[in-house]
Ligand binder design. Structure first.
Ligand code: SF4
Length: 451
């Protein structure tokens, strides 16, 4: 469970601040970096201004995350002149791009430590080498054994993220991940199950299994369905989620496990990216729109109350009006509860970066249209919750307002009442539906859910 540690007086200990960019996987990696630093005697502080160690946990998947990271690192140049003992460490997958570390050392010579995403556990070692009087410029982006266990400083109670695998084998033509994170490595099932049992004993109520493509998990005779099944049978009341799935590997066996389990949530995040088979082929996604629709139908038919969210990309190289229309048709057919929409931008080092890009105006027009269509569907789905009750896991409290989610992933806010607290399950009567979220009231006499 999250503990706020006091400031320590250990000699050579530092106050650290971590800046995180990118996806959920990176947020969890920052929890691991914090765990490593804490174990090494350093203490978290609330702002970058107070820190004598600033760690940038970077992400290179999207261009804007990379630009923001570089902008923020650049902004520290002056401070490094006046605060000589400040240590700046740049970690994460941005540093593992070919030639990146060398270019960073040239353009940002005041950065002290550059470490690859698979080397996080080496940070204390390099901090000791860099004793602040004798500042060394250190670069280490080689791949190491990423299964080295680390203590995680979790900040997300009642949710806990658990990596089940690392890396990716898929080489989608627009994606840099396989180049910077390496090939898939699955963690042993016993290690994962033991970690989850420990977290549940600690009081966590929701476990999210993480991996770039969790459906291709394979280790010691376990595939993803078997792993999911064993975890879901742990004898506790908790919610089990997973991300991210890949339509080429998500299958009926997984759907059947979800259908038969009390603990696995009926919300599937299944990125489709495009509704055009021609574009899917260029993206190297290895499925067709018909295959995706079949999977979506099977989810809706078999898993009660299931909702599907997705990722959609517009403006992929050579995308025509007809291709875009195919995406709109698929969105209409699959009725996603939510879609994370992106405009394609080339990432250097990927296959699609050499394909002919389309013009910005067309991309802008398409993303606007797509968001408009999806928002209408999201609102229609939200409306179906009105005047119904739903079990909500309370995830946050701010100014007397709780927020949490339904099992199928809808965000709900409601006034705090009774003895309810973060981490409790509450039965909530939904009264108002907005596009992406719902508002309701706790039914007090339903507090039995937490007994
Ligand atoms: S599945 Fe495709 S998009 Fe996802 S991480 Fe792997 S290569 Fe990238």
């Amino acid at each position: 469970m999250l503990k706020k540690f006091p400031r320590t007086s250990i000699i050579n200990s530092m106050f650290y601040y971590i800046v995180t960019y990118g996806c959920q996987m990176n947020v969890h990696e920052s929890e691991k970096i914090a765990g490593i630093l804490h174990k090494d005697g350093h203490t978290a502080c609330d702002t970058a201004e107070e820190a004598d160690l600033i760690v940038f946990n970077t992400c290179c998947i999207r261009d804007n995350a990379e630009k923001r990271a570089l902008g923020n690192i650049g902004a520290l140049k002056q401070r490094k002149i006046t605060q000589k003992n400040l240590i700046i460490a740049v970690l994460g997958c941005m540093t593992q791009q070919k030639g990146f570390a060398a270019s960073m050392k040239e353009k940002y010579p005041y950065v002290d430590i550059i470490l690859g995403a698979n080397n996080l556990h080496l940070l204390p070692y390099y901090l000791k080498l860099n004793d602040r009087k004798n500042s060394l410029k250190i670069e280490d982006t080689d791949t190491y054994d990423i299964n080295i266990p680390v203590d995680t400083f979790r900040t997300s109670y009642p949710n806990a993220w658990v990596n089940i695998m690392y890396g990716c084998n898929n080489f989608c033509s627009y994606c840099i991940v396989p180049y910077v994170r390496g090939r898939e490595i699955s963690r042993p099932p016993r290690e994962i199950i033991n970690e989850i049992k420990f977290l549940l004993d600690e009081g966590y109520k929701e476990i999210t299994l993480l991996g770039q493509n969790v459906n291709s998990y394979l280790c010691e005779g376990y595939n993803f369905a078997r792993l999911l099944s064993d975890i879901s049978k742990i004898d506790k009341k908790f919610r089990l989620r997973f991300m991210t799935s890949h339509p080429k590997d998500f299958n009926k066996e997984i759907i059947d496990i979800i259908k038969s389990s009390e603990n696995i949530c009926n919300h599937i995040h299944l990125p489709v990216q495009s509704g055009s088979d021609r574009i899917l082929k260029l993206m190297n996604r290895k499925y067709t729109s018909a295959h995706y629709i079949k999977l979506a139908d099977a989810v809706y038919e078999n898993i009660g109350g299931a909702l599907i969210s997705t990722d959609l990309m517009v403006g992929f190289p050579t995308e025509t009006d007809g291709d875009f229309e195919d995406t709109l048709s698929l969105v209409k057919r699959c009725r996603f509860s939510q879609a994370f929409t992106f405009v394609y931008s080339p990432r250097s080092g990927t296959l699609s970066a050499s394909m002919p890009d389309i013009d910005k105006e067309t991309k802008k027009h398409r993303i606007t249209e797509l968001i408009k269509r999806q928002n209408a569907i999201t609102k229609e789905i939200s409306d179906t919750f009105r005047d119904k009750t739903a079990e909500i896991l309370i995830e946050n409290e701010s100014d007397g307002i709780f927020t949490g989610r339904t099992t199928n992933g809808k965000l709900v806010s409601f006034k705090k009442s009774g003895s309810y607290k973060t981490g409790d399950f509450a039965t909530v009567l939904i009264s108002v539906s907005k596009s992406a979220s719902l508002t309701g009231t706790i039914l007090l006499d339903a507090n039995l859910a937490n007994k």
